[in-house]
Ligand binder design. Structure first.
Ligand SMILES: *Cc1c(COP(=O)(O)O)cnc(C)c1O
Length: 559
């Protein structure tokens, strides 16, 4: 099948990520982190960046979401068959877990770009003959199980991954730790290079994604000792990973020469959280071609050939493409979305009604409830200018608040009846995301500041001329130009308002802008609207893409 010899040529960047979202059929991602990893790999292949990616095979996926008529989430496992997409390599390494030698193998997936670039992706698997039944399950469930299960997974990813790359014969120039889940790789490198800390730091690049203390992976040393049992230098681990418990973020921070936050704002927040570390900010991006709908792809191909591998060309949209064609492409993509929604939900959404979209992981800080703070006001707004709502998102199986959130949203949908149509789509995934971000009119984002490290779905929307209406957090602080690329909800961080004042301002903006600015412009000033769509593409999409992001990683972190 794929020639491993060919893939081994030259030195590589080894990109480690617990989750990777490559294609819809391979359910080894849970949200933005995995999508980012997928886009990183896709852009690397397009740009012929010598990268090899390492992740877990997660044979039972994350989960498939079923929703009852009341919005209760039922989780199904997503068994998938790696052999349909990749090849099991004969090479085998082992990692030490609870005194056992656990065997690790890898599936080789090769992502090929039309440019001729190829990125191998290794999906680590412990479901290997000779392992105990329990150890075979380590690579079954993405983010499943308890703390102990998680440590085992991270040992397989970090330690097993480094060993497997060696066994296969890859020559590695840098190891990129994508979020703390993969930090054990630095520990393995310490052992490999006889505790030469400078050497290890020279080799490691770390991207942190979490702006809250509680979001970082932390394990008790008792647990770590039980798992790694005498095979690791615990005093070194404590020196780099924290005295009281093992903080995987700290471990990576201390053992990486280049540390990156995922947006300017996230760099500021992280620098405060981890004083004394130099943190950079290569702001996230998304893969332009992957996230651009069919009609816009055609339009860009016609007017800006080469845009897919040089998204900078999108800056010329405003001068180059007639307004009617921008609107026509949007209408086509909207029709495809509405047809899809109506087919699945029988909700009877209409093509001509202003459509707001909101889809992301259903978790508290994303604040999906904010729009429904005043149902009466929503009905009043709808009387002046009709709108409809499309929501989607999975709650982590152990996130009870997240599940309750979905039920509440089902409740709001009922309260809005019959005036306002609202759907909550089941089982948000890559395929659905593609349709949503390319077919709604406005993409809504209401996270609690400063908890959105970057966010990426709004960048996908911008590639499709969909306007962003968002809280000023994460990437939007860099992409936002009021009334030009979209609209803000609430004050910018530098106003320094307390949380109650901020909340009040957010609510005012949310309702006032919808009622007096956004919906009236959509219905009555179509030319102005289309001009904004073009500005959004030209000033957001040209920059917030993973080609720009990867070029920066190459010149600032990898070289
Ligand atoms: C882009 C994407 C995300 C991330 O969305 P955010 O709004 O940035 O949190 C999550 N899930 C899927 C399926 C996506 O495509």
């Amino acid at each position: 099948m794929d020639d491993l010899e060919g893939l081994l040529k030259g030195q590589k960047i080894a990109y480690f990520s617990m989750e990777v979202g490559l294609v819809n059929e391979i359910p080894t991602y849970a949200g933005g982190l995995g999508i980012l990893a997928g886009d990183t790999i896709r852009s690397s292949a397009d740009l012929r960046i010598p990268l090899v990616a390492v992740t877990l095979v997660s044979k039972k996926g994350f989960f498939r979401q079923e929703l009852t008529p009341k919005g209760e989430q039922i989780e199904h496992s997503q068994d998938w068959d790696p052999s349909k997409y990749m090849r099991l390599l004969p090479h085998e390494v082992s990692v030490h877990i609870q005194g056992r030698e656990v065997k690790v193998k890898a599936w080789l997936y090769t992502l090929k770009s039309v440019t001729g670039g190829v990125v191998p992706v290794l999906f680590l698997d412990t479901d290997v003959e000779g392992n105990t039944a329990e150890d075979r399950e380590i690579t079954f469930y993405l983010y499943g199980g308890d703390q102990k299960y998680r440590v085992k997974q991270e040992v397989v990813l970090g330690i097993g991954g480094v060993r497997l790359l060696d066994a296969l014969g890859f020559k590695i120039r840098k190891y990129h730790i994508n979020e703390g889940h993969a930090s054990f790789l630095a520990l393995e490198l310490l052992h490999k290079y006889a505790m030469d800390v400078e050497k290890v730091r020279e080799l490691c690049v770390f991207t942190t994604h979490t702006p809250v203390e509680s979001g970082h992976d932390k394990f008790s040393y008792e647990l770590v000792r039980e798992i790694l049992d005498g095979t690791t230098d615990m005093s070194a681990l404590k020196r780099f990973g924290g005295a009281d418990h093992l903080n995987m973020t700290l471990l990576a921070l201390n053992l990486s020469n280049y540390v990156n936050g995922v947006a300017e704002r996230h760099r500021e927040v992280s620098s405060r959280m981890f004083a004394g570390y130099e943190i950079h900010a290569i702001t996230n991006g998304i893969h332009s071609y992957m996230w651009t709908g069919e009609s816009y792809r055609k339009l860009y191909d016609k007017y800006l050939p080469g845009w897919a591998n040089e998204p900078e060309l999108l800056a010329r949209v405003a001068d180059g493409i007639p307004n009617e064609e921008i609107w026509q492409a949007h209408k086509e993509q909207k029709v495809r979305l509405i047809d899809y929604v109506n087919e699945w939900t029988k909700a009877g959404l209409s093509y001509d009604v202003f459509t707001l979209g909101f889809a992301r992981r259903a978790t508290e800080y994303k604040r999906a409830r904010l729009l429904f703070s005043d149902i009466g006001r929503l009905k009043k707004i709808n009387k002046k200018g009709k709108f409809q709502l499309i929501f989607a998102g999975k709650a982590h199986p152990r996130d009870l608040q997240g599940k309750k959130l979905i039920e509440d949203l089902f409740g709001y949908a009922n309260q809005l009846k019959p005036d306002i149509k609202m759907v909550y789509l089941e089982n948000y995934d890559i395929a659905m995301a593609t349709k949503l971000v390319s077919g709604v009119d406005v993409w809504l984002n209401t996270p609690l500041k400063p908890l959105e490290a970057s966010g990426t779905s709004g960048m996908k929307a911008a590639h499709n001329g969909v306007l962003n209406f968002s809280v000023l957090d994460g990437w939007w602080l860099e992409g936002w130009i009021e009334g030009v690329t979209g609209w803000s909800i609430g004050p910018p961080p530098e106003e320094g308002l307390d949380s109650q004042e901020t909340y009040q301002k957010e609510l005012e903006d949310l309702y006032n802008k919808l009622e007096y600015v956004i919906i009236p412009m959509f219905y009555n000033r179509r030319d102005d609207w289309v001009r904004m769509m073009k500005k959004s593409i030209g000033k957001v999409a040209y920059y917030f893409n993973s080609h720009r992001m990867m070029r920066r990683y190459v010149t600032e972190a990898y070289l």
